[in-house]
Design a protein around this ligand. Structure first.
Ligand SMILES: [Zn+2]
Length: 184
């Protein structure tokens, strides 16, 4: 969603909201330039740091992006599915934190933003994606395995339900695919 807002130039950045008479339109993350969409996606030192820290080690200054559309062309032509998801998570997280700082004046650091970015990436990645990470970040990438965390003699099962014409149907299937319970 964030990516489409960037590409559609409808991100309500400080630089864009000049009519609010806000005297300070500097980027809330790096405080070095006027905050606009292109600054946030490509020029901000925080964004650059996060990209470089990622497993792709991207150096944004060597991407040859001169405007939002250059970024858009790069993003829409990505064939690396993981990179596609990671970039969406990265920009989503940056925007979340930018708003958090703007509205709540909360304290932050790049490590905190990067951790949130990784959590988002894990959430949106398919379970068979193999993620490479350094030792420090590895624990953030571990998906919780509820089956091993469960006490012994406990059964895990999947539940599905549907509602139609005032009736509710519920079914429970265990991990072996056996139907344990059905009711309507
Ligand atoms: Zn910045």
């Amino acid at each position: 969603m964030m990516i489409w807002k960037i590409l559609g130039d409808c991100l309500p950045t400080s630089g864009k909201m000049y009519f609010l008479n806000n005297p300070d339109r500097h980027c809330l993350l790096c405080n070095s330039e006027t905050e606009d969409a292109f600054h946030l996606i490509a020029k901000c030192n925080v964004t650059r740091g996060l990209w470089f820290k990622s497993k792709w080690g991207l150096r944004l200054d060597s991407m040859g992006w001169n405007n939002v559309m250059d970024f858009g062309k790069w993003w829409t032509n990505l064939s690396d599915h993981e990179l596609l998801i990671f970039s969406a998570c990265l920009y989503d997280t940056i925007w979340f934190w930018r708003n958090n700082i703007f509205h709540n004046h909360c304290s932050w650091d790049t490590h905190l933003i990067y951790n949130d970015c990784l959590k988002c990436f894990v959430e949106f990645s398919s379970s068979d994606v193999v993620i490479e990470a350094n030792e420090e970040d590895r624990h953030l990438l571990e998906k919780k395995d509820w089956t091993t965390a469960m006490p012994k003699n406990t059964t895990t099962f999947t539940v599905d339900a549907s509602v139609a014409e005032g009736w509710v149907g519920i079914a429970a299937i265990n991990s072996m695919g056996t139907l344990l319970w059905i009711t309507a």
